[in-house]
Ligand binder design. Sequence first.
Ligand SMILES: [Cu+2]
Length: 123
Amino acid sequence: MESLKRRTLLGAIGASALAAVTGGVAIRSFAAERVIPIKARKFTYEPDEIVLKLNEPAVLEFTSADVVMGFNAPDFKVRATIIPGQTTRVRIVPDKTGTFVFHCDVFCGDGHEDMDGTIRVEK
Ligand SMILES: [Cu+2]
């Protein structure tokens, strides 16, 4: 008699645990993608270090404070031209951890060669 009671109780726990899992999937919400504003100006990016999470999409939102600039992150195969007066959006989904260099690939004057920054991808 005692063992039958225990079995019934365990069965009830199992059923409620399953319901909780199913409920969790049903109510899962989809968060908006992270937006990171970046201002390009001769000859820097502000900020010049971008910290991202592995496999989490982010949108880099570029504006230029002066002239036409570029953004090129070859490790993630993304690039863009940043035009003054416009907002340029680049979506990036980092598929590897580490620190990666990005740079300006549109000649913007003396100092262009030093215009770069880093993307740090963490787990
Ligand atoms: Cu440049």
